[in-house]
Design a binder for this molecule. Sequence first.
Ligand SMILES: [Mn+2]
Length: 262
Amino acid sequence: MEPHCVVGRQWLEPLLQRLSESPPGTVLMPTLDIIPESDFGAYHIAQQFIGGFDWTLKFNWMGRPGARNASYQHPDPYPTPVLSGGIFAIWREHWERAGTYDEGMNEWGGEHIEMSLRTWRCGGRIEIVPCSRIGHLFRSRNPYSVDVAEVLRNEKRAALVWLDEHLERFYAAAPPARGLDAGSVEERLRLRAALGCRSMGWYTEHVYPELLGEQRAAGSPEPWTPAGALALALGALTGLLWLRPLAAKLQRVLGKPRSERD
Ligand SMILES: [Mn+2]
């Protein structure tokens, strides 16, 4: 759970009920409604979306459950290829057995993508539960400093462990990552082998086929509500605000002679 959240009434029961009915490897997300940073007293009901990512391993809301599955009935829980972040329910025993987080990652970023790939491919699944509502404060910028080079390093660690034959797509989408020292991922590769995890090819075939094709097509025919549009706009704004400092920082970090970086 993140601290900038206000839970709705009876947010917990639907999560616990679903968790108790599901196989032990299941990870559940509540639905994140929108508290705008301009007015902490406001609360916008969010539309249901499915989490995805692009080849830079940045999260996006890539589609709607009904567009993906014609027989989907609201408010049934529905599968999502990716977690949007650190707001989820999981059995503690499974959390530990499945390798918690990659402790070689630092600060912020990338860990939700890594956990998502690992969850699906190592025998679990991820679902969003529409009946569980949490108000999440969407901010246009982080209130703390985020080292963008660390974010990229985290994403490279996830890519090295999980992308298999698609690793080059990551480098093509995030060229500065290629020369970045991400540290050793041996321990995470051992975990992957020990858990008997499936390949990236299995994931793109069975869990997230949109990743290889028309990624944005799934959500676009649906009529947007103001809340849905707001969520998307905020997401896009956050993304844009990210890019500029990222580019500047990477130029600084990667432009330095090696001795100064180490
Ligand atoms: Mn958050």
